[in-house]
Design a protein around this ligand. Structure first.
Ligand SMILES: Cc1ncc(COP(=O)(O)O)c(C=O)c1O
Length: 405
């Protein structure tokens, strides 16, 4: 028997030589906790997406949670509400709860996989503080409509851009369209620091609060902490008065969510090759999107509109109603043929049992639930070439033939 040598992994990660050299220097220096390299990474990340402020944290989930927790400084109360799409990776809903708010779920538009903007306003109550759209699979959410509703009801907008590195909406980088944007830097993502997240914003006051929040809510908010960089002598340390050490003064309820120097070094190396990674992944995604259309009797994927660029996170596939097979048949067939896939998440309120205490019932979010049962996604990462993409397409053709002959 000839073994099939082709293998299509879901994700990959690239650690550059520069990163490895930096990691060695960091370990030799003994200064590994959040410091110079983290600050450098933040500055370069902000520049990359043309925004003023970036604050690095320990995960994309923390990026979501900390971005929301800022609003306590602006009058929000515990258990106030945040509107989120019903369909997302579960981290979106978890982060709302971890920040101390209640997630209010809104169904999605099955075509875009993103929050259905026609349903948002009926979810707004006196307790709503923010809308958190998700740019699922790097497809930009309808930000003009979302920002319009937010302005009308005086709500903040936090973009969950965890999967949307490189996505553009009407000429602007996704993540910079609301009040704050939250990116994940997890390994399978376009920019990675192994584990990590980045919150971006135009507002300096927001960035200061984020630096406090990521470090237990302490009063220290400097862009670069001199204590961790060069010397233990901080001129601001006792500015609150004798006996009051700013480093042990806690102004708000915080998190333990700092990024460390080693993660920042991996992230900095990734920024150096970002353009190449993005180009390769965009090529892969567009190649699949175009050629996959021949299967539209049985499947659909997302489309790119003229005013946007999809961030090439992965290639989503949804099995259409009436198809002569189930998602699990497809997943098994792909697995047997060495093609890795992931499900396209699920309806958090009705298909993730952790949220059952909120009292929703299956059927409340039909579009999200349909994707939860019939969607999957496949990698388009930088280590895949055209031969892998052609192999994916040929495997789908074989699968369809099996059920239609
Ligand atoms: C939409 C979305 N939000 C949040 C996250 C959380 O990111 P992390 O895994 O870095 O915590 C993810 C993870 O990929 C995600 O897909």
């Amino acid at each position: 028997m000839i073994r099939n040598p082709m293998k299509v992994a879901f994700g990959t990660m690239t650690v550059t030589k520069k990163s490895k050299d930096m990691v060695r220097r960091i370990l030799d220096s003994g200064r590994v906790s959040c410091g110079y390299y983290v600050r450098e990474f933040e500055k370069r990340f902000a520049r990359l997406i043309a925004t003023r402020q970036a604050v690095a944290v320990s995960s994309g989930t923390d990026a979501d949670a900390l971005a929301l927790a800022i609003f306590y400084d602006f009058g929000a109360k515990r258990n106030d509400e945040v509107i989120v799409p019903a369909l997302s990776f579960v981290a979106t809903g978890n982060a709302v709860l971890q920040a101390g708010f209640k997630p209010v779920f809104v169904d999605i538009d099955p075509k875009t996989l993103n929050i259905d903007t026609d349903l948002i306003e009926r979810a707004v109550t006196k307790k709503t503080r923010a809308i958190m759209p998700v740019h699922l699979m790097g497809k930009p959410a309808a930000m003009d409509e979302i920002n319009h509703i937010a302005r009308k009801h005086q709500l903040f907008v936090v973009e969950d851009a965890a999967e949307a590195h490189g996505a553009m909406y009407k000429g602007r980088h996704v993540g910079t369209l609301g009040d704050l944007g939250a990116f994940s830097l997890y390994v399978a993502h376009i920019i990675t620091s192994i584990e990590g997240g980045m919150v971006v914003t135009e507002r300096k006051d927001f960035a200061e609060i984020l630096r406090s929040l990521r470090s237990h809510g302490r009063a220290c908010k400097c862009e670069q902490c001199v204590v961790n960089i060069a010397s233990a002598s901080c001129p601001k340390r006792f500015q609150y008065g004798a006996g009051e050490d700013m480093r042990f003064l806690f102004e708000r309820i915080g998190f333990s969510a700092k990024m460390n120097e080693i993660e920042a070094a991996v992230g900095l190396g990734n920024l150096g090759i970002y353009k190449k990674i993005l180009e390769r992944r965009r090529r892969n995604l567009l190649y699949l999107m175009k050629r996959f259309k021949k299967n539209e009797e049985f499947f659909y994927s997302i489309e790119e509109e003229s005013y946007e660029k999809i961030g090439p996170h992965a290639f989503p596939v949804v099995v259409r109603r009436g198809a002569p097979f189930r998602r699990q048949d497809l997943v098994c067939f792909l697995t047997q043929n060495n093609i890795d896939s992931r499900s396209l998440f699920s309806s958090m309120p009705t298909q993730c049992s952790g949220f059952s205490f909120l009292g929703h019932r299956y059927g409340d979010f039909p579009a999200a639930e349909y994707i939860g049962e019939n969607g999957l996604h496949i990698g388009v990462h930088q280590d895949l070439g055209v031969k892998h993409l052609d192999y994916i397409l040929a495997t789908f053709t074989k699968f369809i033939k099996k059920f239609t002959k």
